[in-house]
Design a binder for this molecule. Structure first.
Ligand code: ATR
Length: 281
């Protein structure tokens, strides 16, 4: 039997770990999955996707810079993809192209299952108000935190997110607020997530030192072989710090589940990947 075909599309794409991760998932679950990588054409995303469908492709992961193109291309969107305004998972079937977003579930699962921090009743500080931040809000509400504060360099964008998610916050009984760095609640937060693009150029996002304490988990959505400036800052203030490698593995696990209906063990694959990356760093 020929395996079903999947791929990750992005530009650049050569360093993507997704093919390795999905190969491990396929092995682990025995699912007949073949997973490749496609260098997407800037300005030609739709053509690339249609060509993959023509060639028998069943689904795709979408990464930088095509998540908004994928959102625009999809015939239908899951509620979490619609709320995120971005798509990282495409599934192709008789009903057309379905767009989903597994990034938010990925970070939530990494925090709760791999790092062992419960979000129920937690006070969460979310730094950033771009696409990455927007995608994690609903999956976090699902875990029933006590409070979510959104802080952004451009305060108006944090206010926009607070407006967008006000009804959902009320329904989930979450205290939602946001604005510039000085809008944080007093005292240390349980979880602080860096969803800004700051780590890409070694910039520490504006945040109050009092938000970090020995009981805080400081989570950088970015992965880099060395601790990011945000992680170092948090550790210097006594907090525990984590990078985004687990989120990468867990969003992949959720995509695999979306496509195959089978949930792989992300934790096992994360431990293996971490070992390989540490050995080659
Ligand atoms: P993404 O999809 O990665 O979220 P984005 O939508 O462009 O990308 O959003 C980038 C986020 O990182 C924004 O919240 C941005 O802050 P502004 O809205 O003020 O631009 C934030 N960001 C980028 N560089 C930053 C820096 N050096 N310090 C603090 N925040 C930064």
């Amino acid at each position: 039997m020929n395996p079903d075909r999947y791929a990750v599309i992005g530009n650049p794409i050569e360093h993507s770990k997704s093919p390795w991760i999905h190969a491990r998932f396929a092995e682990q679950t025995g699912e007949p999955v073949e997973y490749g990588r496609i260098l997407g054409t800037i300005g030609g995303f739709e053509k690339d996707v249609r060509a993959f469908i023509e060639a028998g492709g069943r689904g795709m992961n979408v990464t930088v810079p095509f998540k908004l193109d994928a959102h625009a291309l999809a015939d239908s969107l899951t509620p979490r993809a619609a709320a995120a305004g971005a798509v990282n998972t495409l599934a192709f079937d008789a009903n057309g192209v379905r767009g989903d977003n597994t990034d938010g579930v990925g970070i939530v699962r990494d925090i709760e299952q791999n790092l062992g921090v419960k979000l129920e009743g937690a006070r969460i500080l979310l730094l950033g108000a771009g696409g990455a931040a927007r995608g994690v809000v609903l999956p976090m509400f699902d875990r029933k935190p006590a409070a979510l504060t959104i802080v952004n360099r451009t305060a108006s964008k944090a206010h926009q997110l607070v407006d967008q998610f006000a009804d959902a916050a009320q329904a989930a009984h979450v205290r939602l607020s946001g604005g510039a760095a000085d809008t944080v609640e007093a005292g240390a937060y349980d979880v602080i997530v860096n969803a800004t693009a700051g780590s890409l150029d070694d910039a520490l996002p504006d945040c109050d030192d009092a938000s970090f304490g020995p009981g805080s988990l400081a989570y950088d959505m970015m992965y880099s072989p060395q601790p990011t400036v945000f992680m170092q800052h948090a550790q210097a203030l006594g907090a525990r710090a984590a990078d985004g490698l687990g989120m990468l593995v867990e969003q992949a696990a959720e995509s695999f589940f979306v496509w195959r209906g089978v949930r792989p063990d992300g934790g096992a694959v994360l431990r293996e990947l971490r070992k390989i990356l540490t050995a080659t760093a």
